[in-house]
Design a protein around this ligand. Structure first.
Ligand SMILES: [Zn+2]
Ligand SMILES: [Zn+2]
Length: 79
């Protein structure tokens, strides 16, 4: 079962992303913990392409976004 997790931290630039739905859970690596826990989200700007559906991936998984208190949709650079 796919649950939309509640988003604790999201910046004003990325506010609209909180309405996106998870389409493919745990598809990408989190840039912080390097675990494959980042969910793929629906892409509202999706157009047909030879590679199939393009998902949107945040930089951070939800637990890291919460721990770091950062917006997971912002570009995250590990120091
Ligand atoms: Zn993480
Ligand atoms: Zn952001």
């Amino acid at each position: 079962m796919i649950e939309d997790t509640k988003i604790v931290y999201i910046c004003s630039i990325h506010e609209k992303e909180k309405d996106y739905h998870i389409m493919s859970p745990c598809r990408a690596l989190c840039r912080h913990c390097k675990k494959k826990k980042v969910n793929g989200y629906e892409n509202p700007d999706h157009v047909s392409n030879p590679f199939g559906y393009l998902y949107l991936f945040p930089s951070l998984c939800d637990p890291c976004a919460e721990t770091l208190q950062k917006c997971k949709w912002c570009v995250y650079e590990k120091k």
